[in-house]
Design a protein around this ligand. Structure first.
Ligand code: SF4
Length: 289
C-alpha cells in the first residue's frame, strides 16, 4: 500500500508550548500543590492521560462550567488551557488566591487583542466560531458587544449595529469562513473583516487539499474534541472528495475500510502526538491488501 504522509502534521507551536508549560510546572517544587489544568490542556486524550500520570489534575466536565469547576478550589496552582479562558474564571482564580499559569496560545491572544482594540474604537464585534468551544467561550467573554456566528444561517437571526469588526476562531475551516464573510459583506456596509485562522491550521488544511490528489482513503489522526482535527476531515471530504476517517490511534483502523485501497494519506491534528501518527503510518506501510 502506498502511504502519503501529509506535512505539516503533529503539534503546532501553541500546543507544544502549552504541554511544555504543564511539564515545567509539575517539575517546579516552588509552585503550590495540587497542580490543576482547567479543561483539556489541548484537545487530545492521550496528551491529557500522559500529564495525569505525571501528576497533573485535569478539571474537565462537559456538563459543568469552568466557573463551577474552580469555585471551591482554595489552594494550589491552576494552569489555563491553550484555547483561552473566560475573563470571569480568571478573576475567580485570582480572588481565590490560587497561582495562575496561563498556557493560552499567542495566536488566540492576538485575536483577543484585535477584538479589544476595535471595541475601544466603538465597533460591535462578530465572532465566527464553534458554539461551546472553550476558545469561543473565552473570546466572547470579552464583551457583551460580541455576537457569535457559527453558520451562514445564524446571520439571518440577528440585526447588528454598525460599525462592525469581524474576527474568528483560530481553527475555523478555510472553506467555511469565506461564504460567511461574503454574506456579512452583502448585509453590512461599515464592516472590517479580519480573517484570523492561525497559520498552523491554515497550513494543515492547505496541505490536505494538495496531498489528497490520487488518494483512495485519508486518515486524520486526532481527538474527536479537537476542532482543527475535525475541520481537517471536513475539508478533506468537501474539497478533495476523498473518503476520510478520524481516528485516535492505530487501534481505530478497521481492516474493512482498507479493502481495495491502494493509496492512503495520513494527516493529523495540531494536538496529536507524533508517535500516534507514526504508529498509523507504520501499520499502513506494512499492510498488504
Ligand atoms: S492550532 Fe493555532 S491557535 Fe491553536 S494552539 Fe495551535 S497555533 Fe495556537
Amino acid at each position: 500500500m502506498i502511504v502519503k504522509k501529509i506535512t505539516p502534521r503533529g503539534f503546532c507551536k501553541g500546543v507544544y508550548n502549552a504541554i511544555e508549560l504543564v511539564k515545567k510546572s509539575l517539575n517546579d517544587p516552588t509552585l503550590p500543590r495540587p497542580i490543576y489544568v482547567l479543561g483539556f490542556i489541548v484537545h487530545n486524550k492521550h496528551v491529557v492521560d500522559d500529564l495525569t500520570n505525571a501528576g497533573a489534575i485535569t478539571l474537565d466536565d462537559r456538563l459543568t462550567s469552568r466557573l463551577e469547576l474552580v469555585k471551591d478550589i482554595k489552594k494550589g496552582t491552576i494552569i489555563l488551557s491553550a484555547h483561552g479562558t473566560d475573563e470571569e474564571v480568571k478573576r475567580l482564580i485570582l480572588e481565590n488566591n490560587l497561582t495562575l499559569i496561563d498556557a493560552t496560545c499567542n495566536d488566540v491572544y492576538q485575536t483577543h487583542d484585535s477584538i479589544k482594540e476595535h471595541l475601544a474604537k466603538g465597533y460591535n464585534i462578530i465572532y465566527i466560531g464553534k458554539i461551546n468551544h472553550p476558545e469561543t467561550n473565552a473570546s466572547i467573554s470579552l464583551s457583551p458587544k460580541i455576537t457569535l456566528i457559527e453558520t451562514l444561517e445564524d446571520l439571518d437571526k440577528v440585526i447588528l449595529k454598525e460599525p462592525l469588526f469581524v474576527t474568528n476562531q483560530t481553527t475555523f475551516s478555510i472553506n467555511d469562513i469565506l461564504p460567511i464573510h461574503e454574506k456579512i459583506k452583502s448585509l453590512y456596509q461599515n464592516v472590517i473583516i479580519s480573517e484570523e485562522i492561525c497559520n498552523a491550521t491554515r497550513f494543515r488544511q492547505n496541505a490536505i487539499i494538495k496531498g489528497n490528489e490520487g488518494v483512495d482513503l485519508c486518515y486524520v489522526v486526532g481527538d474527536p474534541r479537537s476542532n482543527n482535527s475535525k475541520n481537517l476531515v471536513k475539508i478533506s471530504q468537501e474539497l478533495t472528495k476523498t473518503k476520510t476517517l478520524l481516528i485516535q490511534s492505530v487501534k481505530d483502523i478497521k481492516i474493512k475500510d482498507l479493502k481495495g485501497v491502494s493509496v492512503v494519506s495520513v494527516s493529523s491534528g495540531a494536538s496529536t502526538p507524533n508517535y500516534l501518527t507514526e504508529e498509523v503510518i507504520k501499520f499502513l506501510e506494512n499492510f498488504k491488501n
